[in-house]
Design a protein around this ligand. Sequence first.
Ligand code: MSP
Length: 638
Amino acid sequence: MSDRIYYVTTPIYYPSDKLHIGHAYTTVAADCIARYKRMRGYDVFFLTGSDEHGQKIERTALDSGTDPQSYVDGIVESFRELWKKLLITNDDFIRTTEPRHKKAVQALFQKLYDKGDIYKSFYEGMYCTPCEAFWLERQLIDGNCPDCGRPVEHVKEESYFFKMSKYQNRLLQYIEENPDFIQPVSRRHEMVNFIKGGLEDLCVSRTTFQWGVPVPFAPGHVVYVWFDALVNYLSALGWQDGDPRFEHYWPHTVHMMAKDIVRFHSVIWPIVLMAADIPLPRTIFGHGWLLLEGGKMSKSKGNVVDPLVLIDRYGVDTVRYYLLRELPYGDDSYYSEDDLINRINTDLANDLGNLISRTLGMVQKYQDNVVAEAGTPQGPDNDLINCAMQVKDELEQHMERLDFSNALAAIWKLVRRSNRYVDETAPWNLKRDPNKKERLQTVLYNLSEAVRILTIWCSPFMPVFPERVFEQFGIAGRRDLQTWDSTGEWGLLPSDLRIETGPGVFPRIEVERDKEKTVEGKKPPKEKPQKPQITIDDFTKVDLRVALVKDAEKIKGTDRLLKLELDLGSETRTVVAGIAQQYTPDSLVGKRVVIVANLAPVKLRGVTSRGMILAAGEGDRLGVLTVEREIPPGTRIE
Ligand code: MSP
């Protein structure tokens, strides 16, 4: 079995409505890993599509006065447009109403029937139409669907059943022997508990509506929509036609989805495959949800965010970056436009964008647009180079686990290290001393090389800006200098490159101006009157110190508070600051801030804060006071 083949799938989404930013997350994540694997030399097949049958779609279409096929045709078009705008590089788009898919569903259903694993009986129980899921009375919560909380319907009809119970132990054993099958590990535990609770045989046909794939041997029955939908992963590869692509890509398969549908993929799907003697996919990966105030986004709650609006407003790279950075591995996260703007302004404009434009600007100004040859490494050079090599390893490990947020956090370690390198080497001083010409060349070479490497690493996440950076550095035509492997070796950037400066790649979002357009009732900042006069003695009572931020994290359960670990020279202090809406924890690490060191301690959300960091402004316009030079931590400000 070759290990350089990779088949990645998203769920096929219901075309009952337009897609929102939550759906966009899964598809962007799948696209990111597909792009990454291609860069690593894998033969990738990336699939997405639409799940068009079932009672929900039939009802929605009829309610809107259209027939189901015309209804879904319109919405599926909007899916394709969204994926195009998000620069999704799927190799195929499967629709469950296509003949190739129907053929596969019928063939698989027939196969399991012939084998004796599907039998006719009578179903009486509960059904959740929005989730298209069967439930037993005892599984309901307050009489509602345990997954979505909405009311269920009583269903009573002749049905075909699939012998799930027969495979319960085999599935448990498989999960035990293949610990990477269900990821992350928390999802595996949930599923193991669920299966141990006992599997009932599954109702796999319906007779009370028509919108589905007909059961080949039983007129009046349509195949249960989840059975139908899951088969898309086979039908798109041509399993039903003996297509060699099936042999080639299956089972090097990773199914990506959110946690809501992990149960269907890690219980029903593997058992269907086992019964059909088809090997199981390698991984079922269930990420968390992107939530909005009021819980999970859903059209019926009226709390959805349209990704197209965000792309038009902020650009595709930034929306992709925000999604991939913000959702922590396996966990949920809240969406907010303020966080999105904050990410753009801090991570992209301040950190990465600034590094790129500073580097280009200095090459232009100090070396007449030429990146010259580097001399022998000295000072912080080796530290910068080692940081790049370590980050590469870390980044690759995170990508293997599909941990996109930490992968980006790793990349940003080199972004921050490089920015610090600028401060440490102070090229503006080197420029003043004619004896330091070679040193200046070395520093600017190293910065340019760091930018090249960072740009390559970022490209699976943000596919637009790299081309511009490569152009500005004069290596647009040099594909060999844009490969993943080329980031494993420092110093591949040729010397005597002519750069071309252009507009910054990540402009800041001017919050006030934009907010005026989008948020109603925003007031201008209030003028604050001057406080009463004090003497110098009053002032010297305040012990202000330089503190170096060693670590920062969000305090759980709050939107505003960050817990900072500060180096004060002779001690480390914990300080709580209400700046989480303006600063991500990572963006503060390494900054030299100013603190009131002799303030009486206070306890905030269970954390004792020993001091206060100084900041100016409020709301979107808040900025922490920092010290310009490398003043040692603990130095008193007088
Ligand atoms: N049609 C089924 C899937 C069949 S796959 C064989 C379905 N469709 S869906 O349109 O409801 O999409 C559910 C999926 O959309 C989730 O599993 C997840 O991938 C994505 N998301 C929908 N809302 C989301 C969030 N709020 N947050 C994160 N992902 C979200 O279920």
